[in-house]
Design a protein around this ligand. Structure first.
Ligand code: F6R
Length: 620
């Protein structure tokens, strides 16, 4: 949420800042801004809207070889130019960009205003600029005493200020009278420093740095960094220097260009066959009928000792967790649950030390999932990551885990990460199941079915069936009801989320059996009901709920698997290739992704950047 980019070197900063913002724009896109340093002055430009608006407003020859920039997802204060970052102190000598939230903003602001600070925005972030200026000018915590050790020292001023800020932050700061440095600090909001030849970069997301360098230093929580042309020095917020570790970013981890597709969402839907092959490749041991996930480092003995499994995530990742939990229970006969991270972290969960937890996240930066991870560790539990972005905060916090290898997912609406998260969880469920419950032939049967899925996905996407007819039904609806049972209940939830976020159509999803306990009251003649009923043990029950909906005049969009004799029962019938019943979500979700995409298109929505959303949710 919100993106930060910074540059210090000898060439013009402007193109690097704008290019970096474009790469980070998926993190937030309400407004954008930048500040460069030239001849002892800060040159600040900000615009409401997309990075393209900022790019056209900033002179092409903007001076300055040091600069910071930001793309915003509003938290405190509306979407206005005044609230866009960078923010400056009263005299315009210090500029700050900030990701995160200042929780004690009111108290800090009141004190700074009493001392004469002039605030120009409604944001919490502006407090940081004034607070740093206060210490840089040498004032003490109460505005009275003088702190000669801090006065005029950029690192000391940022350190002293940030030690008084409660909340989360990734900040980058430039000083008008310090033309060749950036000071950065991190607490709960990621920042990574890129090391070039005679130039140094800063970003909230390492992939923004890959055009320039692959040598990076990840800042840790409560660390500061001093960036100069020569490289980076890191410090602890609580005093003393830190030891930066230089990492090599992986070679290109996939294509982040749209290619021939009109937007990223459609491209990423079509990436799924290859993304699944990447995730499954080399991890299925067909002969033994099991899977091997090296990053988990789980011996069969430890697998036998596991008392429960918990999958934890938000949004789409949570829906993937629902499928993962069902797979573990069915294949391994171990109790397994899916948990919403934002609830889990605050409910003082009971953690059995023999249980195993997984933090599931595409970005690896979701604040609530990271918070849940830390809570589990603090309570002595074992947690591993199921993550897409290599080197992300969740991946590094967990230490062990599985990368899902989707490649970059740029559209805000998650598609290929969902199917790859599920695929990774199936692999784990197979590994655990084969150790604890499955015979060699049962293991082989599941492994074979899993290995066949990418080709089935590819086949379906070539001929997806009457999606248009379903689009016509949903785009004029007051609301759309999604129904499914078992793993299809998770698919129903995911389909509803997708249609809401991309097309802004009100949707609800229910396990089919729950429909008559409330949501059935919504049905009127013509109400669209999307029923996910592949051939599984629960299909007859789901079809009864379909009939109950039809009896109230609902318009049924039915999703079934090839060869099902009931495939024509809907008003619109969409058929996906047949697979193992536990694996059906990898196929039944595809028409729902396409439905959301095409409905969004028909309604003129911004497909890749739906309103109010951001790709990486780094605030609570
Ligand atoms: C929906 C969507 C969100 C994310 C959620 C978690 O399409 O993208 O619901 O799934 O914000 O994000 P990650 O997986 O990055 O933790």
């Amino acid at each position: 949420m919100c993106g930060i980019i910074g540059f210090v070197g000898l060439r013009q900063a402007r193109p690097i800042l704008i290019d970096g913002l474009r790469r980070l724009e998926y993190r937030g896109y309400d407004s954008a801004g930048l500040a460069t340093l030239s001849e002892g002055r800060l040159l600040v430009h900000r615009r409401v809207g997309r990075v393209s608006e900022l790019a056209s407003a900033v002179p092409a020859d903007l001076a300055g070889a040091t600069g910071i920039a930001h793309t915003r997802w509003a938290t405190h204060g509306g979407v206005t130019q005044a609230n866009a970052h960078p923010h400056t102190d009263s005299l315009g000598r210090i500029a700050v960009v900030h990701n995160g939230i200042v929780e004690n903003m009111a108290a800090l602001k009141a004190r700074l205003v009493a001392e004469g600070a002039v605030f120009r925005s409604e944001t919490d972030s502006e407090v940081i600029a004034h607070l740093i200026a206060h210490f840089y000018d040498g004032f003490g915590p109460l505005g009275d005493s003088i702190m000669p050790d801090v006065a005029g020292d950029p690192v000391a001023a940022v350190r002293t200020a940030m030690a008084r800020v409660r909340g989360t932050w990734g900040v980058a700061v430039v000083f008008a009278d310090q033309p060749d440095i950036i000071v950065a600090a991190r607490n709960g909001s990621p920042l990574v420093v890129g090391l070039g030849e005679g130039e140094t970069f800063l970003a909230s997301d390492s992939h923004a740095l890959t055009p320039y360098t692959r040598r990076v230093v990840y800042l840790q929580d409560r660390e500061l960094a001093l960036l100069s042309r020569e490289g980076v020095q890191t410090f602890l917020l609580d005093g003393g220097e830190a030891n930066p570790t230089v990492h090599e970013l992986e070679e290109e981890w996939g294509d982040s260009e749209k290619g021939d597709f009109p937007n990223f969402m459609l491209k990423e839907i079509h990436d799924q066959p290859d993304a699944l092959r990447q995730c499954l490749g080399g991890r299925i041991l067909a002969e033994e009928g099991t899977a091997k996930l090296g990053g988990l480092d789980l011996s069969p003995r430890r697998v036998m000792e596991v008392s429960r499994v918990g999958f934890i995530g938000c949004g789409t990742a949570y829906h993937a967790c629902m499928v993962g939990a069902a797979a573990v229970e069915q294949l391994a006969r171990v109790p397994a649950t899916a948990e919403i991270a934002s609830e889990y972290r605050y409910r003082n969960p009971v953690i059995d030390p023999r249980s195993l937890h997984f933090a599931v996240s595409q970005s690896g930066e979701t604040a609530d999932t990271l918070g849940a991870t830390r809570e589990i560790e603090l309570k002595g539990g074992e947690i591993m990551g199921i993550v897409n972005v290599v080197g992300s905060s969740i991946a590094r916090t967990c230490g062990k885990g599985v990368y899902i290898h989707s490649g970059p997912e740029m559209a805000v609406a998650s598609t290929k990460a969902f199917t790859n998260m599920i695929a990774a969880m199936y692999l784990f469920a197979l590994q655990m199941g084969r150790t604890r419950a499955l015979s060699p032939s049962q293991g082989r049967e599941f492994a074979e079915a899993l290995r066949a899925v990418p080709d089935l996905v590819e086949r379906y996407l070539k001929d997806p069936g009457p999606i248009d007819a379903a689009v016509t039904a949903v785009i004029k609806a007051k609301n759309v009801l999604f129904l499914g049972r078992g793993v299809s209940a998770a698919v129903a939830a995911e389909g509803a989320l997708k249609l809401m976020e991309v097309a802004y159509v009100p949707c609800i999803a229910y396990p089919s059996g729950e429909m008559k306990h409330g949501p059935i009251a919504l049905l009127e003649p013509g109400s669209p009901v999307i029923v996910i009923a592949p051939d599984d043990a629960l299909k007859d029950k789901t079809l009864s709920n379909l009939q109950e909906s039809r009896a109230r005049g609902a318009f049924i969009v039915l999703i079934t698997s090839e060869g099902d004799e009931y495939s024509e029962m809907g008003d619109v019938n969409i058929v996906v290739p047949r697979t193992h019943e536990l694996l059906s979500p990898l196929l039944t979700v595809l028409p729902l992704q396409l439905l959301a995409y095409q409905a969004g298109l028909a309604l003129g929505r911004d497909i890749d950047r739906p309103r109010n959303l951001a790709k990486s949710v780094t605030v609570e």
